[in-house]
Design a protein around this ligand. Structure first.
Ligand code: PGA
Length: 242
């Protein structure tokens, strides 16, 4: 794994945006794997700015998001679909037909999941997958104890993830209990992975991810087996390592 230490959240965001921009400039039909959560918001803001200036063009780019809650329609303000539209897609020149997010309202979950993986393959595979990391080491909604190397699938959210995400809902009781997520297998097939991490509260989990045992109890630890992972983290997030 390559580790890039940045002096601030803004620098982390700008570095990640630089990597994605370079990818899209070098290959206009790039396939990007994208993440929700608070961590990548600054990266999206930077990319929006460069798109407006004409420095990066998303018109031929295809995207696949990591996950979506089950039971929330795309227009629900708490859905990841709404998050992505508000934070990124509504502000750039991407073709809406090229945007993919699991459909959390499907009645045929298995077909939705296998279809999602098939679409990724048909698009040529993910060139760069952007990841955040949960306090419990989850990636997407691959919670501790997951079977490594699964493809896109239905998951039940852990209590700690519901607690972490309750801030966006009216309390933990209203956080959906299930989600559709790319599995670690889907994620590991991405050609390149960029993991973003900031803040002291993620320091211990980042250390276990990078230097701990490869163990399903820390889903992110499987990233040690990928040949092209870049971790971009601020000083506090790296404070348990140095
Ligand atoms: P965060 O979430 O970016 O809001 O910390 C990351 C995650 O849960 O994957």
């Amino acid at each position: 794994m390559k580790i890039i230490k940045t002096e601030s959240y803004n620098k982390m965001s700008r570095t990640a945006a630089n990597i994605l921009s370079a990818q899209v400039i070098l290959k206009s039909k790039s396939v990007l794997g994208l993440a929700t959560g608070s961590t990548p918001v600054g990266m999206y803001k930077q990319l929006i700015e460069w798109n407006r200036k004409g420095d990066v063009d998303f018109s031929a780019v295809t995207t696949f998001n990591l996950d979506e809650y089950v039971g929330l329609p795309a227009n629900d303000s708490n859905s990841y679909s709404a998050f992505m539209q508000n934070m990124f897609f509504n502000h750039i020149n991407i073709n809406p037909d090229n945007v993919h997010i699991p459909n959390g309202m499907t009645e045929r979950v298995d077909e939705e999941c296998t279809g999602y993986d098939r679409q990724i393959v048909e698009a040529g595979g993910i060139d760069i997958q952007v990841l955040g990391i949960g306090h419990n080491g989850h990636i997407g909604f691959n919670e501790p104890g997951v079977c490594f190397m699964r493809d896109t699938h239905l998951v039940e959210l852990s209590e700690s993830t519901k607690e972490a995400n309750a801030r966006f809902f009216n309390g933990k009781a209203t956080v959906p209990s299930c989600a559709i997520t790319m599995g670690m297998g889907t994620i590991m097939r991405a050609k390149k992975i960029v993991l973003l991490c900031c803040g002291k509260e993620k320091a211990e989990i980042l250390k276990k991810t990078i230097y701990g045992d490869i163990d399903p109890i820390i889903p992110a630890s499987v990233l040690q087996l990928h040949s092209d992972v870049t971790v971009i983290a601020d000083g506090p997030a790296l404070s348990a390592i140095e």
